[in-house]
Design a protein around this ligand. Structure first.
Ligand code: SF4
Length: 344
């Protein structure tokens, strides 16, 4: 069954914070705030187009849904909830800040058929949260996560990689703490420094130095592996590409194919690990047709990296292989299988 969410962006409205990295209008591409009639129009149009069997939810993203004025939140929920039910949408998803979750707000969300709550955690290291002016602690994320799960909602966590005052050790600390909170899903966003933010100022003054792009790709690859092995779905990797974001980038880890680059690194690590542990430099590799370009890497980067280590590869397609599997010299390997410490 097809799954596709209908996203409605509730921009910066009502957010009492200004995090160091945030320029909500640039990310969502809109400074207009949606009202009940907009929600109804978007949902009606979507229902007309989704005429086959589907499994869809209405998703309120951007901003901090539970931090907006209460009347406005109820207006949006009321409008969306009239489209939830048989033959319509399965439920409603929202994203918000951890410090705007409590029992009272969860009771309201339950009444309106909200099924999933994503928390913008960003980091679970207090020094990083403070330096980026998030206005909440790692403990707030843990408390809100437990409450959300206890109320029976699906929990999602969002993290940013490479924030001001972060480093690989702090990223790994966040990774392990996130796993311990047992979310159903995570979104990983390597930092993009946008015009008009505090991070842009710090970057220009030389106070905020970014980790090298390659280290962040490595970190993300390790994170994906750890999350997958903990049965946590990585549902997004990197900001979606948009002209507006591209026009406002000052620095950071933006790439329209960032996710593919990370998955490509996972395959590369798996292949070179196999070559080293089996003491061989000639590899016959087979993968599902849809993974061939990922295994090869952008501009054949993986093939070139392996060649530099003296490893020659022949890559063929085999659609009987699952997308997470690779066959090397006749042996089928799960590329996400952790064989050791995921340290850097
Ligand atoms: S809480 Fe969210 S919307 Fe508000 S400033 Fe921070 S990132 Fe932006």
């Amino acid at each position: 069954m097809k799954h596709c969410n209908i996203s409605i962006f509730v921009t910066h409205v009502g957010c009492p914070h200004l995090c160091a990295f945030c320029n909500q209008r640039t990310i969502t591409g809109s400074s207009d705030i949606p009202h009940a009639e907009d929600v109804k129009r978007i949902c009606s149009q979507a229902l007309e187009q989704l005429n086959e069997a589907f499994d869809s939810e209405i998703a309120f993203f951007g901003g901090s849904f539970t931090a907006v004025p209460r009347d406005y939140m109820l207006e949006l929920l009321e409008a969306a909830n009239s489209f939830v039910g048989s033959g319509m949408f399965r439920g409603i998803r929202i994203s918000t800040r951890p410090d705007y979750i409590d029992a009272e707000v969860l009771e309201i969300l339950k009444r309106y058929n909200v099924t999933s709550i994503e928390l913008g955690a960003q980091s679970l290291c207090d020094e990083v949260l403070e330096a980026n002016e998030r206005g909440h602690s790692a403990q707030d994320v843990a408390y809100a996560s437990d409450l959300i799960k206890n109320y029976g909602f699906e929990l999602g966590l969002q993290m940013m990689v490479g924030l001001y005052k972060s480093n690989p050790e702090r990223e790994l600390e966040t990774l392990e703490k996130m796993i311990s909170l047992k979310p159903k899903t995570v979104r990983i966003y390597p930092v993009v420094v946008l015009e008009g933010t505090k991070l842009a100022e710090l970057y220009r003054k030389g106070e905020y130095r970014l980790m090298p792009f390659d280290s962040v790709i490595d970190l993300c690859a390790k994170m994906v592996i750890r999350f997958k092995n903990a049965d946590i779905d990585v549902i997004k990797l990197g900001l979606h590409s948009s002209e507006l974001v591209e026009k406002n980038i000052v620095a950071g880890y933006y790439h329209p194919a960032l996710s593919e680059i990370v998955y490509s690194r996972i395959f590369l690590d798996c292949i070179s690990g196999y070559a080293v542990s089996n003491g061989t430099d000639k590899l016959d590799i087979a993968v599902n047709r849809r993974d061939v370009s990922i295994v090869t890497g952008q501009k054949k980067s993986n093939i070139l990296a392996l060649a530099q280590k003296g490893i020659k590869c022949e890559i063929t397609q085999d659609d009987s292989l699952d997308r997470s599997k690779i066959r090397i010299n006749g042996e089928i390997i799960d590329v996400f299988k952790i064989t050791g410490d995921p340290g850097l």
